[in-house]
Design a protein around this ligand. Structure first.
Ligand code: CUA
Length: 194
């Protein structure tokens, strides 16, 4: 019955249809806020809190690891005034060395590798926490500013003895450290160079 010419003209679209839906706009705002928050979190963690990613420092052959320096004689060595390098071998189910002794304030670069399977290396109360893979040397640096004991442990399940895989960093006052070093040197004097 309706005559085609009687149809109402196309309505002009009201303003809101030409804009972004307010609901969608809000979600866009939320996304931007989240991106800014994440960027801020990464910046704070990396620069202010000192979070670091363990770098794969180098490659080693796990089959000959224990016959190769410095892994043959793992331990901690002073490389400059207040700067130390610690070499740690993880193997089922222990760490070598079992103890790392440094004076307070020591800046320690820790190199860890495994001679058998995958292990973890975490030092409690520090930001040192890395995966230890056979064939790869992982490296992180930490400054021990407080006297005390910082146990380190394996954080990757590696079998029956996993729970027994731990050691510790002992941070001594400069006086205690000097006394301990003197004792060790006195004991070693007969065997090696002074
Ligand atoms: Cu080694 Cu768990």
């Amino acid at each position: 019955m309706t005559d085609l010419d009687d149809r109402p003209a196309e309505p002009d679209l009201p303003e809101p249809y030409l804009e972004i839906d307010p609901y969608e706009k809000n979600w866009m705002r939320v996304s931007i806020v989240l991106l800014v928050a994440f960027a801020a979190a990464i910046t704070v963690a990396g620069f202010a809190a000192g979070f670091q990613l363990p770098g794969p420092e180098s490659r080693v052959d796990p089959r000959t690891l224990l016959d190769t320096e410095p892994w043959k004689t793992p331990g901690v060595f002073e490389v400059a005034e207040g700067e130390y390098e610690a070499y740690v071998v993880a193997q089922a189910w222990s760490f070598s060395p079992l103890e790392i002794v440094v004076p307070v304030g020591a800046d320690v670069t820790i190199y860890v590798t495994s001679s058998d399977l995958q292990h973890g290396f975490k030092i409690t109360d520090t930001n040192i926490n890395m995966m230890v893979l056979p064939g790869q040397v992982s490296k992180l640096e930490y400054t021990f500013d407080e006297v005390g004991e910082f146990p380190y442990l394996c954080t990757e399940y590696c079998g029956q003895g996993h729970a027994a895989m731990y050691g510790r960093v002992t941070v001594l006052s400069q006086a205690d450290y000097d006394a301990r070093t003197a004792d060790t040197e006195a004991t070693d004097a007969s065997g090696s160079e002074g």
